[in-house]
Design a protein around this ligand. Structure first.
Ligand code: ADP
Ligand code: ZN
Ligand code: ZN
Length: 738
């Protein structure tokens, strides 16, 4: 047997597997993920490495293959699994092993545990009373204060004693030496979950929910682990269903990871879980300090936590005995990492579940086409919840053709229908959400006289106008400049912005409804910590009654008085040059309309569009996922897109344009000559050809055989010679245009 081994040092040129022979005595101990010591280089210096793969044959010629020296037994089984997972990530998504290890392993640096100190009386009451009288006689006021307190309460918080009671360290020492008290210090791990039990009434599962739980329990009892896709419309009660599944797994002594998009991880969500799992649930997200994160991993290792909730990275919680992974809103883009390694949490979760023999539950009101395809072809088990738990209907939906509005002379961004509906809700003291699918000023500023477009000097993109600051901003590199009044080229005063951003809608709304209390939620208004929560709080307390926003407002928030959702420009996501555009539009409209009518009041959604005949808009308006999916999968099949085929984007970047292009071209040629069953598309300039003065070229490798795509990437990686002036990135099935 042979092993492919990654060397445990941070030198990129060594970051590819070396083949070693496994001596017979080590046979049983060697497996992917395990740490071994090996002779390396001419001097056969002994260094450490990780096994990433086992193989029957060596697969290389003309070199002598050395033996593995030994297996280094210092890691736990948990770490072994995580390292194996890192190897999987490296292999599948293309990155260095070091980057993959950094992604999966908990912080290496140990943080000092927090200390809690108390002062305890150890003498009995009489002795203390004597000491107290003595202190009174001697007028030792600090001693008096402390002893008096201890006579009432035998254990005191150290901070209280030194703080409020104003007792010095010398006084404490003196009482200690008299044998009256002792100072006890105890280490504890930070627990970021501070909750009171919610007032949630215990819910009795309805028949659909119950049959899902029964199905799951049946599989659990038979030791069958698989992937389930829960397709449940908004309000069908997915969360309570997850909780019921989790309870079953926890009752069997196993742990659970719950992934939710960061933005949906609210205090409300946490409270619901706390209600059922108390101290044994924790969170892991970017709001925690490094120390808090470290402590959650420690608590998990020690078995103090049963359930962890968090975004993507919570997947790497070091649980001993993982039984279930739940991914809520599984269609969300944020599950795909946008930095190297560009892994998809759904796929990595599948691998992790396999390593632990755990189950995986994916849930969504609008499943990703990938997952639904797998459910349809029998790889996943499909569960369906198509009724709201409350028995209420979904919001009524109307599609407005904005071309007709314009024909009828309405130049406003609001259709007449939406305007009337907003007026009506304001009069009834109900609330409105207006949703726009982009932030800031949607687009560019151009001269209507000579046609010049204001562009970023460092990137191949146009600058966006920000009304509140009067600046032109590049969303890619952060470049800013003052918005000129006159055209810098021809001097005309017709330098105008393309108006459709959230800021513009806010202005229009205030103008049309001066009595409304309007607030705006987008990336610009939520830059400061806590501002997101504040805006949402204000809205839930009805301090504002119209909330305007981007994607951020469509997720997870329940506002009982919202009875109208307006989708201002539903087509904006269709304009993108992206095969996922239809899917994204369908998801956004569905999620946004799910916000209307969450309580007993009837809800309405108004969709404004210039493409009322687009299938994504028609099916979203009819709230018909199945019909959308059937049309979408046909289109994916025709175009050869995922999930029918796999696509690997290979991006080359350099400040040197020639070098970037040549490298890209050479790699594309190389792949063509490999003779594998793949298609090569490109090379071409990337969607954005230049960012921060760095040039970007790309080509695609496409095939219905995923392994062939991965093999191409492996072969390219072997020959890579990247460094500071040239970089190559791989992106398997990109979520966003590269
Ligand atoms: P989803 O996540 O599918 O949008 P939630 O889990 O938030 O839905 O549930 C929507 C609402 O329905 C919640 O207020 C929840 O308490 C309620 N609910 C869910 N299941 C039941 C049930 N079986 N009986 C009564 N109310 C339920
Ligand atoms: Zn001009
Ligand atoms: Zn720029």
């Amino acid at each position: 047997m042979y092993a492919k081994i990654i060397i445990d040092i941070s030198i990129e040129s060594l970051d590819h597997p070396f083949t070693y022979h496994i001596p017979e005595r080590l046979f049983s101990k060697c497996h992917p993920g395990c740490k071994v010591s090996i002779p390396f280089g001419k001097s056969d210096r002994i260094i450490n490495g990780y096994i990433v793969e086992l193989a029957e044959s060596a697969d290389i010629e003309g070199v002598t293959i050395k033996d593995i020296a030994d297996v280094v037994v210092e890691q736990s089984a948990v770490e072994n699994k995580l390292i194996e997972l890192a190897a999987y990530i490296k292999n599948r998504y293309g990155s260095t092993m070091n980057a993959a290890l950094r992604t999966v392993l908990p912080l290496k640096r140990a943080y000092k545990p927090k200390e809690k100190k108390t002062i305890e009386a150890i003498a009995d009451k009489e002795v203390l009373t004597d000491a107290y009288s003595q202190a009174v006689r001697k007028k030792q006021f600090a001693k008096m204060r402390l002893l008096k307190e201890l006579l009432e309460e035998s254990v005191l918080d150290h901070n209280l004693v030194t703080g409020k009671l104003n007792v010095s360290a010398a006084t404490i020492r003196s009482l200690q030496s008299m044998g009256l008290i002792r100072v006890v210090s105890e280490n504890y791990f930070r627990n970021p979950v501070v909750c009171s039990k919610s007032r949630e009434k215990d819910i009795v599962l309805n028949d659909v929910q119950k049959s899902i739980v029964d199905d799951f329990v049946h599989d659990l009892n038979e030791n069958i682990s698989k992937t389930y896709l829960l397709h449940g419309i908004t309000g069908s009660g997915k969360t309570i269903t997850y909780i019921s599944l989790i309870k079953e797994v926890v009752a069997r002594g196993k742990q659970v990871i719950v992934l939710i998009p960061e933005i949906a991880l609210t205090y409300q969500t946490l409270k619901r879980f706390y209600h059922y799992f108390g101290e044994r649930v924790s969170v892991l997200n970017s709001a925690l300090s490094a120390g808090e994160k470290y402590d959650q991993c420690e608590r998990a290792k020690r078995g103090e936590i049963d359930v962890i909730i968090g975004p993507r990275s919570a997947l790497f919680t070091p649980f001993q005995n993982l039984g279930l992974i739940v991914i809520d809103e599984e269609h969300e883009n944020t599950y795909k990492s946008e930095s190297m390694p560009k892994y998809h949490a759904r796929e990595v979760a599948e691998k992790l579940a396999e390593l632990h023999g755990a189950s995986l539950v994916l849930g969504s009101a609008t499943p990703s086409v990938e997952s639904y395809y797998k459910a349809k072809t029998g790889l996943y088990k499909l569960w369906i919840m198509d009724k709201r738990a409350s028995g209420l209907n979904l919001a009524k939906t109307t599609v407005i053709d904005m071309r007709r509005e314009l024909n009828d002379g309405n130049k406003s961004i609001f259709s007449r229908r939406l305007k009337d509906a907003i007026r009506d809700r304001l009069d009834k003291d109900e609330q409105v959400m207006l949703f726009l699918n982009r932030r800031g000023y949607a687009g560019f500023v151009s001269c209507r006289s000579c046609g010049v477009v204001m562009r970023c000097p460092h990137c191949d993109v146009s600058l966006s106008e920000h009304l509140s600051t009067g600046k032109l901003v590049c969303h890619y590199c952060g470049y800013e400049e003052i918005r000129p009044k006159l055209c810098p080229k021809c001097g005309s005063k017709y330098l105008l912005g393309f108006k459709a951003g959230t800021e513009q809608i806010e202005l229009e709304t205030k103008k049309l409804f001066p009595d409304a209390r309007v607030s705006r939620l987008d990336a610009d208004t939520t830059k400061n910590k806590g501002s997101l929560e504040r805006i949402l709080d204000d809205f839930s307390q009805k301090k504002s009654n119209i909330l305007i926003g981007t994607q951020m407002i469509v997720k997870g928030h329940d506002f009982a008085d919202v009875t109208l959702v307006g989708i201002i420009a539903a087509d904006m996501s269709l304009a993108l040059n992206d095969y996922r555009a239809g899917e994204r539009t369908f998801q956004l409209i569905t999620q946004a309309s799910g916000r209307a009518g969450r309580s007993d009041k009837e809800g309405e959604t108004i969709i404004q569009t210039y493409q009322p005949d687009h299938y994504a808009i028609i099916h979203a308006a009819a709230q018909d996922y199945e019909a959308f999916y059937n049309e979408e999968i046909m289109y994916r099949d025709l175009g050869g897109y995922p999930p029918i085929k796999d696509i690997m984007a290979v991006l080359t970047t350099s400040k040197n344009k020639e070098l970037a292009y040549k490298t890209c071209e050479n790699m594309a040629e190389y792949v063509k000559k490999l003779g594998l069953k793949v298609e090569v598309i490109g090379p071409a300039k990337a969607g954005i050809g230049r960012i921060s003065d760095t040039y970007r070229f790309l080509f695609y490798i496409k095939s219905d055989d995923k392994e062939a795509v991965i093999k191409c990437k492996d072969r390219l990686e072997e020959g890579l010679n990247t460094g500071k002036d040239l970089q190559v990135f791989f992106d398997l099935n990109p979520m966003n245009p590269v």
